[in-house]
Design a protein around this ligand. Structure first.
Ligand code: FES
Ligand code: FES
Length: 159
């Protein structure tokens, strides 16, 4: 057992747990975040995806010790019900999702994409989501939602 500090959604937190505990378990069981989901547990589905220093990573395959001192962003860090991130609003507007199990992972992958490419092509969006599986087949709506969010963010930036 050791104490590890990281920056979670903008705030420093400390966790007492074995260093080899999967980050996903720490987020859900130690820190009470229900956004990142357990799907396969084998780095195959992407529903546990979070941003680590801005880069999408599958948290089921990341040991807690590897994120010491790093910035971890989950879906809870994107926006709030009162002030949703443009991506969250666009997913609502497009009704992009069915069961929703994949969406926390997809939204953080999409955020990482738009953070460095504000005007992605449909192919670039699809490539950015290559590690995120949606078993409900909501891909067309998900692509539309990300395009809608990108447009809104560009319009907002140009005002
Ligand atoms: S639960 Fe992590 S990739 Fe599937
Ligand atoms: S909305 Fe159900 S898995 Fe994607």
């Amino acid at each position: 057992m050791q104490t590890t500090s990281l920056i979670l959604n903008g705030s420093t937190v400390s966790v007492s747990a074995d260093g080899d505990t999967p980050l996903l378990d720490v987020l859900r069981n130690h820190l009470g975040l229900a956004g990142p989901k357990f799907g396969c547990g084998q780095e195959q589905c992407g529903c546990c995806m979070v941003l680590i220093d801005g880069k999408p990573e599958k948290s089921c395959g990341k040991a807690l010790s590897t994120v010491a001192g790093k910035a971890v962003t989950t879906i809870e860090g994107l926006g709030t019900p009162e002030h949703p991130h443009p991506l969250q609003q666009a997913f609502l507007d497009e009704q992009a999702g069915q069961c929703g199990y994949c969406l926390a992972g997809i939204l953080v992958s999409a955020k990482a994409l738009l953070d460095h490419n504000p005007s992605p092509s449909r192919r670039e969006i699809a490539l950015a989501l290559d590690d995120n599986i949606c078993r409900c087949g909501s891909h067309p709506r998900i692509l539309r939602a990300i395009e809608r969010a990108a447009l809104r963010m560009r319009e907002g930036a140009s005002r």
